[in-house]
Unconditional design. Structure first.
Length: 270
């Protein structure tokens, strides 16, 4: 299962600069006012997407658990295309663009990463002292190009298909897995990447404990600390094949969309 990026020393090295470039933002911040109840949040996203990272950082800073439903791409040739391999995309209502947050508690569904961040802070941010790195990186004051560069940087260090970029065939667990971790933790990232490429739904519980990542699989009774064992369990239990290539053809039949993006011309002739 090497193609799915089982953690090696080298792989961990790539995961560390991807956190450093974001100033290690995304550790749960202290809360002086407890939330009356935890909201029911569902996030459709994929690890390699710059805009999804902003939302995941915010959920972690605010200490909000969420059900993550990974929606990796099937090709970089166009945006929004998907085949019957896609497990969660058919449940996205409206625009097929990620991140897509459904807040069942507030009864809203949102697409734009900035709107999602604003919603989460205004509804669940009371009593949370916003970390300076988060205010700088996600507060909306950075020039657009710098903002995008800093968001895309982490994926630049992890450009491989199996790093939560393209989909890899897998079997679907009956129950979501549970991952305790945080956005900048290099080990947590390795586990998220694998869960993402395999489209395994999981409940993410932000945690700054020294022993994260901690993965629990209620389907098998498996529970472990550390990225190595977690990734091995996920790959051995659920992976069926290799991730699709970055340049895979647009799926036919295409059950989704086929929007051209600024990146499309780069891939059209390859
Ligand atoms: N302005 C949007 C941009 C979102 C966006 O462009 N998402 C891309 C991924 S980075 C996407 O979902 N593309 C469709 C696809 O990947 O199939 C935001 O900030 O949320």
């Amino acid at each position: 299962m090497r193609h799915l990026g089982l953690p090696s020393a080298l792989s961990r090295l790539g995961s560390t600069p991807s956190a450093a470039i974001r100033l290690w933002n995304g550790r749960p911040a202290p809360r002086t006012t407890e939330l009356r109840e935890l909201p029911l949040l569902e996030l459709f996203e994929y690890e390699a997407s710059p805009w999804c990272r902003r939302v995941r950082e915010t959920l972690c800073v605010l200490g909000l658990p969420a059900l993550i439903r990974p929606c990796p791409r099937e090709t970089l040739r166009v945006e929004g295309a998907y085949s019957s391999l896609a497990r969660h995309k058919p449940d996205v209502k409206g625009r097929l663009i990620f991140p897509y947050l459904v807040d069942h508690t507030a009864d809203v569904a949102l697409n734009e990463s900035r709107d999602i961040v604003e919603h989460l802070w205004s509804r669940y941010g009371d009593g949370v002292e916003r970390p300076r790195a988060d205010a700088l990186l996600n507060g909306g004051a950075l020039p657009r190009l710098i903002d995008f560069g800093l968001l895309a940087g982490p994926s630049g260090f992890r450009p491989w298909a199996g790093c939560g970029l393209t989909v890899a065939p897998s079997s679907s667990p009956a129950e979501p897995l549970v991952l305790h971790g945080n956005e900048p933790d290099p080990g947590s990232r390795l586990v998220r990447e694998m869960l993402c490429s395999l489209q395994i739904a999981y409940r993410h519980v932000p945690s700054d404990a020294p022993n994260v990542p901690h993965l629990e699989d209620p389907n098998t009774g498996f529970a472990t600390f550390g990225a190595g064992h977690a990734c091995r369990h996920v790959a051995e239990t659920y992976a069926i094949g290799a991730p699709l290539s970055h340049l895979a053809p647009v799926p036919e039949p295409n059950l989704g969309d086929a929007r051209r993006s600024w990146m499309s011309p780069l891939f059209t002739f390859l």
